[in-house]
Design a protein around this ligand. Sequence first.
Ligand code: SF4
Length: 413
Amino acid sequence: MRGRLSLCGYLDAEEPDVVVISGCTVTALAERKARQAAVRSRRDHPGAKIVLVGCLADAVRRGLTSFRSADLVAGNAWKPHIDEVVRRAAAGVRGVLSARPEDEPDGGPQGSRAAPAAGAEPGRVRAYLKIQDGCQHACTYCRTTQVRGLSRSRSPEDAVNEAQELATCGIPELVLVGIDLADYRPAGGTLAGLLARLDGIRGVRRLRLGSMNPEGLTDGVLGAMAGLRATCPHFHLPLQSGDDRILARMGRPYDVASYLDTVQRVRDAIPHATFGTDLIVGFPGENAAAFRRTCGVLSVVGFVNVHIFRYSPRRGTRAAALADDISPTVKRQRAQELDALASAVRGKILREAVGTAQSVLVERSEGKLAYGYTAGYVKAVVRTSRPMGVGEDIRGRVVSVTTEGVEARALDE
Ligand code: SF4
């Protein structure tokens, strides 16, 4: 959206006419943050119109929640036409736009098409390449299927074309994203096939998979990734709980044994793989033993990145009918305990990386310090003998662990 807006000449302004808030509806906290952003925007920019976009906008359109502080609400289908949304808001259009732009009484935006996600923004090294939307699952806590609809896959041709545009714009790293990436099944194509085609694009130096349910990491996908030049060995596999009973109550499409089997298959195929995950604490029925099992899986897998969410019932989901029987205090305590454990586990993995050589894609540079991420998605600062440019690759030997990741010394100079 930023890319498209800047292409259209709408840039960050000190006193904006329109403020766009991209809101998430997955947790109560996410919704609260969007509401707080709206309050801040009203206070700081009293003359500006407020536009709400994203899944929260679709939840409002479907009557699952309200968002009175927005002048205009535009769901996900409008994101490729965000410039048109901003134009309408600035012209005083109010209310909730139709689910699909073409359903608008005036026929929707004419001749408008999605711009490359990030191509127009200078200084970016990473772009999200969306290849799938919607979800075939119905996890009991999740509103996504209601706001995003059923699973559908983007054609490989379309994805390759956008990737080529992004590479031409100088973006070296692509992250393949979808709501249910594991269900990427385009007509006549596969994820492994798409990865191979993207790997062949000149200028694409890194290919990452975004968050993906474990069943998506088939032997075919792993085999392809192991043989490609640009694949990054980092896998974000949402676990949510380490207890089979809770996973079943959540309606998750795996049990702990099959999750751990996937992790092992990844490690067999790509030995230096790193892992990230999402965990929910305080789901209805999560007793102390179930929570301990989650802690156990966290330690066994050894994640470098963990996102922890406290369960909150979402109107319209099946889990909302279950008794929310874990008190806010216990949810907070469990989240804190899990966070401390995740930090300890991460610290151990990073300490083990001391002495190894890592490649870092430079995102920012200050004098002889270059900042970026390793291929395994660990934040790194590299000490260099010359200033590095954004987008350059540098190899460094890890010398220590920092609060955010690792520090390395450049090897290639
Ligand atoms: S897999 Fe489950 S949690 Fe993820 S989007 Fe689909 S329904 Fe929601």
